[in-house]
Design a protein around this ligand. Sequence first.
Ligand SMILES: [Fe+2]
Ligand SMILES: [Fe+2]
Length: 174
Amino acid sequence: MARDILKTLKAEHDEIRDLFEQLNGTTDRAEKTRAQLLAKIDQGLLPHAKWEEAVFYPAFRERAERDGQKTWAEAVEEHRAVEQTVMPDVHQAEVGTPEFAGRAKVFGEFVEHHAKEEESTMFKMARELFSAEERAALDEQYEAWKQSDEGMAAVAEAAALTGADAALGSQRMQ
Ligand SMILES: [Fe+2]
Ligand SMILES: [Fe+2]
């Protein structure tokens, strides 16, 4: 099957949805499981969001008509709110508390809203704006970017900003 960036991004949304479902099902006593699930969400979400911001959103914006420009601005703003407020709040809460559970639930709801919007609006438009060849090339670029210095630096910077770096670090040490 031909590569397609839109399929890759959708598949990543689904993986993250599944992790949030698991996280929402945990109790306050399941501290270790919560920390592990949050770290997996961070690991999946940060490269995805940073690449969308660095490559996909600008490429989309360049081709989009007026409706698409609004869709672009909305997506950028949602990323900003999650990075600057929602994720830092989740990471500041103690994992074994109802505060954590509530903040994690809101985090999941933000991500679900955003992912659904991308799939039903932006990706739908992008399917018309980019040829199959272009979507395949973007998919290859995304894979390479994840391993590149540039990509890893962008993810590390976002991890530091959101508080995910401490969580990811402690998961690595376990
Ligand atoms: Fe996004
Ligand atoms: Fe996305």
